[in-house]
Ligand binder design. Structure first.
Ligand SMILES: [Zn+2]
Ligand SMILES: [Zn+2]
Length: 363
């Protein structure tokens, strides 16, 4: 009777049960509002896919390398539907593994709706399914787009040198963003070099640029069409990288004379002639026929015991027998000699910037 009175008098009351204020939301008392309000909805089961070969995870149609904790977070945020008027939402989740494939995600959520605090607990079951990612599918099919051929000019590289060159691919891979096609299909030694077959032309080119900037030399690209698919030519890239077999200060035979590279330029080297004062710029292509006669660390440094204007006498550092050599064009009396063996005789070299006395004694 009281209620009817108050309603007749225009007072507020719960639309569901007729209770007195306080009222919330669309004019309901607190128990009625709570009984009709759900803070969060989550599906009972949520599937996710992991590559059975490499372990990466498919999220939203994209394959990503991610941790399980990130997977749970991702699944939660994609599947949790929160009441659209809720504010100050707090979330906590605890994953509990129940089998290889099944993980229960226990979720605690709280939030404020119409100034009332709601707290709920939910459980989702994350169910893992095995798949095969694009990368593994293509790897399994020996898919490749590019071959990088590591070679050298002027000197054969040692196995260690090839190993160091090959290791720079890892540096490049680490710097590039994750791309499912950035994989190595196969690799191995070949006569005079090392070949690496890659899933991506982009990766091959990035590596080529890196090699040139680190070691000089040049890259030659060849594209070949191997077929046609869906109306588009399928092409393969061969990228030949030749690392110069010489360093600054090494001695090379080039254009019928003996030279030493004294510095690198944008596309080659400055070459200094050994038998007279002459320097010239040469491109990598010009230098393709160069042959290394000696590396700088193989040179011998000797004291002259007697010298005249053109010849110096010294003790052969290997036999300790007296020997003599024609002095280089830039010789000054009293200076040490920088010698190499050439055609079964000694050859004395003019000094370059890298031959400052300290440097010579070290080598
Ligand atoms: Zn009510
Ligand atoms: Zn995979």
């Amino acid at each position: 009777m009281e209620r009817r009175m108050s309603s007749r008098l225009g007072g507020e009351f719960c639309l569901v049960c007729g209770a007195e204020p306080p009222l919330y939301g669309d004019r309901m008392c607190e128990p009625c509002l709570r009984a009709r309000t759900v803070l969060a909805k989550v599906p009972e089961n949520i599937p996710w896919v992991r590559c059975a070969r490499c372990g990466i995870v498919e999220i939203d149609g994209k394959w990503e390398n991610t941790t399980e904790d990130e997977v749970w977070d991702e699944l939660l945020h994609r599947n949790l539907a929160v009441h659209d008027q809720a504010e100050d939402i707090q979330l906590a989740m605890e994953p509990v593994k129940v089998s290889d494939r099944h993980t229960l995600l226990h979720i605690q959520i709280e939030g404020v709706i119409d100034n009332l605090l709601f707290q709920e607990e939910h459980t989702m079951r994350a169910r893992m399914a095995n798949g095969v990612c694009l990368t593994c599918t293509r790897r399994a099919g020996n898919y490749f787009e590019a071959t990088v051929q590591l070679r050298s000019s002027a000197r054969r590289l040692s196995e260690d040198e090839f190993t160091r060159l090959r290791a720079t691919l890892e540096e490049v891979l680490n710097k590039l963003s994750d791309d499912p096609m950035f994989f190595i299909t196969s690799e191995g030694q070949v006569t005079g070099g090392y070949d690496v077959v890659l899933g991506s032309k982009g990766l091959a080119r990035a590596w080529g640029r890196h090699l040139v900037s680190e070691y000089g030399g040049m890259v030659v690209e060849t594209n070949s069409t191997v077929g046609r698919k869906d109306g588009v030519d399928v092409t393969r890239l061969t990228l030949l990288y030749r690392k110069p077999g010489y360093e600054i200060g090494d001695i090379v035979q080039w254009r019928n004379h003996i030279w030493r590279p004294s510095s690198w330029t944008k596309d080659g080297a400055i070459m200094e002639r050994v038998d007279r004062r002459e320097r010239t710029g040469a491109s990598w292509r010009d230098l393709e026929q160069a042959k290394v006669l000696a590396q700088r660390h193989e040179l011998s440094s000797v004291e002259f015991i007697n010298e005249d204007a053109s010849v110096g006498e010294f003790l052969d550092p290997n036999t300790w027998a007296m020997d003599h050599v024609r002095l280089p064009f830039d010789h000054t009396p009293g200076r040490k000699g920088l010698l190499m063996r050439h055609d079964d005789a000694w050859l004395a070299l003019p000094f370059m910037a890298v031959d400052e006395p300290e440097t010579v004694e070290e080598s």
